[in-house]
Design a protein around this ligand. Structure first.
Ligand SMILES: [Zn+2]
Length: 467
């Protein structure tokens, strides 16, 4: 995928940011203590130390970035937007007990609920510096209408790039799975609907705002047939593949009992390892599992807060990175990470991994920032467009305010961003267009989103209580 030729027509509009620190997260981790970024239409035209070049034409906006750090926009690689309506429930459960407690409520979701949840989940992340987000949606109750269309329309209003991982479940209790029978689709129905979502919405072009992935939910909620055929469908269509893997010891036990092998071997046997696949969690991986991911280029969405919330364990991120496995960060659904923010996951990834085997050498501030930016672009297959600040790439970037109370006494800006409090976002751009200004969403009314989300959460709770 090639970037369009450098824009240089009379209609080209330029935005200039100056006097800011810059962490490019390029291959050399290039940083500028005081530098500039020039955005031309949707791409980064130039960046570097000192002031912007003189004599630029059509500069429509010039921003003084004094006291700020510019980074690539954050990229969220795993979420379940719909869970925005079921936050704060089953707060003291492990994964399987939490799922069993919440499935009956989730199975009542409809299009207006999903739209409200999408704006809540996505709005919260975008306000905190996310410019590209992946959502794994796998609950499609019968008769619930066009949920994929409803979600994408709601997301478009906020203005971030989306990879919608069209999920599915077809292994219910009667087949030895975890979800109740009424919460699942048929195998054929799930495959047809996934293909339809790809045909209708997937855009592979440079600067695409919407991509679709094929995403059966997990080994304990999906038949082997759906895993196999889902992989075939994705590869026939040229889209990426996503699922949950190796999240808990209970899942590992389930795989051994049902399939006679661990999760990674099961994924390999069903076509689910490859450089077009990324998997959420990957907590319980032995050395040969990690080697298999590295050999095949399979990516990982690391979700430290959710893993802690559900007592799942600590993923071996330093070992994954050392083996060459692409690793991005994920919020995970907000029913298991109520804050729903990705910038705090930079910090949590660093802190939680230091509790593992590698101790203080596990991750540092720059590696954490890389996970949340370039690593995310790797697992979503978009490094040619996003994930680092380089001339010719899309102008997806965040201007973090670091001269306020929370950060002003931390000299190094990347340390301030990762180790410090969640930093305010003065400006966030997606393809050169603002999605956040002065710490508020640019394109939508946050109070209206909050009101609608509360009303839809109450409606969902009422319908679920009625059974
Ligand atoms: Zn998840």
């Amino acid at each position: 995928m090639a970037a369009p030729a450098s824009p240089d027509s009379a209609a080209t509009q330029r935005l200039v940011i100056e006097n800011c620190a810059i962490a490019t997260v390029d291959a050399h981790d290039t940083e500028y203590a005081t530098g500039h970024v020039v955005v031309a239409d949707q791409v980064i035209e130039s960046l570097g130390a000192g002031k912007a070049p003189e004599g630029l034409a059509n500069v429509v906006r010039r921003i003084d970035g004094t006291g700020h750090l510019v980074t690539p926009g954050l990229i969220n690689t795993h979420h379940h937007f719909y869970q925005w309506l079921t936050r704060g429930l089953a707060t003291d459960h492990n994964l399987f007990n939490w799922l069993v407690a919440l499935y009956p409520t989730w199975a009542r979701i409809d299009a207006p609920m999903l739209a409200a949840a999408t704006q809540g989940s996505l709005g919260m992340m975008v306000r905190g510096g996310v410019t590209t987000a992946s959502d794994h949606h796998y609950v499609f109750p019968r008769g619930s209408g066009d949920l994929v269309g409803a979600e994408l329309a709601a997301a478009a209003e906020i203005g971030a790039r989306i990879t919608l991982a069209r999920g599915s479940m077809d292994r219910s209790e009667k087949d030895g799975g975890l979800p109740p029978d009424f919460a699942v689709e048929t195998t054929e129905g799930a495959l047809l609907a996934t293909e339809e979502a790809i045909d209708t919405h997937h855009d592979a072009s440079f600067g695409s705002m919407v991509q679709i992935a094929a995403a059966p939910c997990s080994p304990f909620s999906v038949s082997t047939e759906l895993m196999r055929q889902g992989a075939e469908l994705a590869r026939r269509k040229g889209v990426r593949m996503h699922t949950h893997g190796s999240e808990t010891v209970e899942e590992e036990k389930f795989c051994h009992e049902l399939f006679g092998m661990g999760p990674t071997d099961y994924f390999e046997s069903t076509g689910w390892l490859g450089d077009d696949v990324w998997m959420a969690h990957c907590v319980h991986m032995n050395d040969s599992d990690i080697a298999a991911f590295a050999r095949t280029g399979t990516g990982v969405a690391h979700c430290p807060s959710s893993n802690a919330r559900l007592a799942a364990g600590i993923a071996r991120v330093p070992d994954l990175l050392a083996a060459g496995v692409p690793v991005g960060l994920g919020v995970d659904g907000t029913a298991s990470n109520e804050s729903g923010e990705l910038h705090t996951e930079l910090r949590n990834a660093l802190l939680i991994n230091r509790l593992g085997a590698h101790k203080e050498a596990a991750l540092n501030a720059r590696k954490a920032l890389r996970l949340g930016t370039y690593g995310g672009a790797q697992v979503l297959g978009r490094t040619a467009e996003i994930g680092s600040l380089e001339a010719g790439k899309l102008a997806d970037l965040v201007l973090w305010k670091l001269d306020g109370l929370g950060h002003s006494s931390i000299a190094d800006p990347v340390t301030a961003l990762v180790f410090g409090a969640a930093a305010p976002v003065t400006l966030s751009l997606v393809g050169g267009r603002p999605v956040v200004e002065d710490n508020h969403l640019s394109n939508v009314d946050e109070d209206a989103i909050a009101r609608t989300a509360r009303a839809e959460a109450q409606r969902l709770a009422r319908i679920a209580a009625e059974g």
